[in-house]
Design a protein. Structure first.
Length: 171
């Protein structure tokens, strides 16, 4: 896990356009490298536009593809668990063991969500069949399915930074 401090917008690392900000170690009150990029309104607009574009593509994927995507996120969390916990401990003052547990919990949640997605029950599909013999006039069938309407922005802050905020249940 290599922190550059740059913004990640789409698949690109983007340098600061509005200055930088350093995290502070709460135990020492000393700044921690690297400095993190601050973005502009244009950066936020670009990120939102790309998220909307990605939503359009993602919304046409199969449930199996979506579940596999969530499982890849879980696998990636597992692969950086120790480094992620070490960095989060440096920034929050929380014990590394707790943060590793949070990473495990978050990965488990992503796998559980993958199972939910694969099953498709969340769509709440319903078909009210046609009634061609109905009087005074026939009725065609009615179909109902829950569909997402667009991307979601999450402004996460938590005393459980991995399990609930950044990659966990809130996400």
């Amino acid at each position: 896990m290599q922190l550059t401090g740059k913004l990640l917008i789409g698949a690109s690392d983007v340098a600061a356009s509005e200055g930088t900000l350093k995290a502070l170690n709460p135990a020492t009150n000393q700044p921690i490298e690297p400095a993190f990029a601050l973005g502009s309104v244009a950066d936020v607009d670009r990120a939102a536009t790309l998220a909307d574009d990605a939503f359009d593509v993602y919304s046409h994927t199969s449930l199996a593809e979506r579940a596999a995507f969530l499982e890849r996120i879980a696998d990636n969390l597992d692969s950086v668990r120790e480094a992620l916990a070490a960095r989060a401990a440096l920034e929050t003052g929380l014990p590394e063991a707790q943060l590793q547990g949070e990473a495990i919990k978050a990965a488990t949640q992503f796998r559980q969500f993958a199972d939910v997605v694969r099953g498709g029950r969340f769509l709440q599909l319903a078909i009210d069949p046609a009634q061609p013999e109905r009087q005074p006039r026939p009725r065609m069938d009615h179909r109902l399915q829950k569909i997402a309407i667009g991307p979601v922005a999450i402004f996460g802050a938590s005393n459980f930074p991995i399990a609930y905020s950044v990659a966990g249940g809130d996400t």
